[in-house]
Design a binder for this molecule. Structure first.
Ligand code: GLN
Length: 304
């Protein structure tokens, strides 16, 4: 952490969501959960996550929420409908690209770009009467403590989400959105506005490092193959047009958000979360990205 701290002076906090612009760029937090050699039990006891710096300061998880909504959609049996409506390829384009969506006739390239997550939110809205309530309950259960949507961030996103409205309307125009555009965006904006700490995120993602089973409770969150699928998508598309560089530099399936958080999953070994609000030009946290690269380099914690 001390090695990458100077990088917090670089990059820029997301300003297109006004509530995020108010966060200090100097935060830096790191959290790691390490699985025991028996594959499930944590070395420091189940649920124990090692944290450093601002590991216990809540931040807006933003697009990291797309991992949870994808898992929820898979859990509620939306898998066939999902993959008929969203692709599974890396995009190589920015997370909010409109051009790509039009070229591909309203079928988003993957569930982690905004357009894909909007389709997942639409599917969840069809599968569940209260998708955001379900999401909050799901993530709280995974975390082992209550998490909540930050209403100020959600309102800020709703007030300024012109590009997401454009994406949703475009998807709708191609017939790939079933519900009312504003209702789906309300789900999407609120999911992005979940507030969590790095420690909570490292804890909440353990099931992805543990064949779909939450090691704290023994509950099967996803089937083993589904957990593998989510990890594969994270590696290919979790950090948008930087996914190739992330695979090269860090070698861990990662998912980032414009709140400056980046989570990573090393199957059978660990989950990690780094947070620092200032972003690079691809919308990924500059210091968090460097922190994960340093961690992987020093510990050999990579999938390769
Ligand atoms: N809420 C953000 C948006 O829709 C999420 C994007 C992100 O975190 N990459 O633009």
């Amino acid at each position: 952490m001390e090695q990458v701290r100077p990088l917090t002076a670089h990059g820029a906090v997301a300003t297109y969501i006004p509530a995020l612009a108010a966060v200090s760029s100097r935060h830096l937090g790191l959290a790691v959960w390490a699985a025991g050699h028996d594959g499930g039990a944590a070395t420091a006891g189940p649920g124990e996550v090692i944290g450093a710096g601002d590991a216990d300061t809540a931040f807006s998880i933003q697009s990291i929420s797309k991992v949870f909504t994808l898992a929820l959609a898979l859990r509620h049996g939306g898998v066939d409908r999902l993959w008929a409506r969203v692709g599974r390829e890396p995009s190589g384009d920015p997370f909010n690209s409109i051009a790509l969506l039009e070229r591909e006739q309203g079928v988003p390239r993957n569930p982690f770009i905004n357009a894909g997550a909007i389709v997942v939110a639409d599917l969840l809205s069809a599968l569940r009467p209260d998708p955001v309530g379900d999401l909050v309950a799901f993530v709280s259960e995974l975390t082992g403590e209550a998490v909540a949507v930050d209403p100020v961030v959600a309102a800020s996103e709703a007030a300024t989400g012109f590009r997401n409205r454009a994406l949703a309307n475009m998807i709708r125009s191609f017939g790939n959105l079933d519900n009312d555009v504003e209702a789906v965006l309300d789900v999407y904006f609120r999911q992005c506005s979940l507030a969590m700490t790095a420690r909570q995120l490292a804890r909440a993602l353990r099931f992805l490092a543990n064949d779909g089973v939450d090691p704290a409770t023994g509950a099967a969150v996803l089937r083993p193959a589904e957990a593998r699928h989510v990890n594969a998508l994270m590696l290919m598309a979790g950090t948008y047009d930087a996914a190739g560089a992330f695979a090269y530099e860090i070698g861990i399936p990662c998912k980032s958000g414009v709140g400056g958080g980046i989570v990573g999953v090393v199957p059978d070994r660990a989950t990690v979360c780094a947070w620092s609000p200032a972003l690079d030009t691809t919308g990924n946290s500059l210091a968090a990205r460097a922190a994960l690269a340093a961690l992987a380099a020093r510990t050999g914690l990579t999938v390769f």
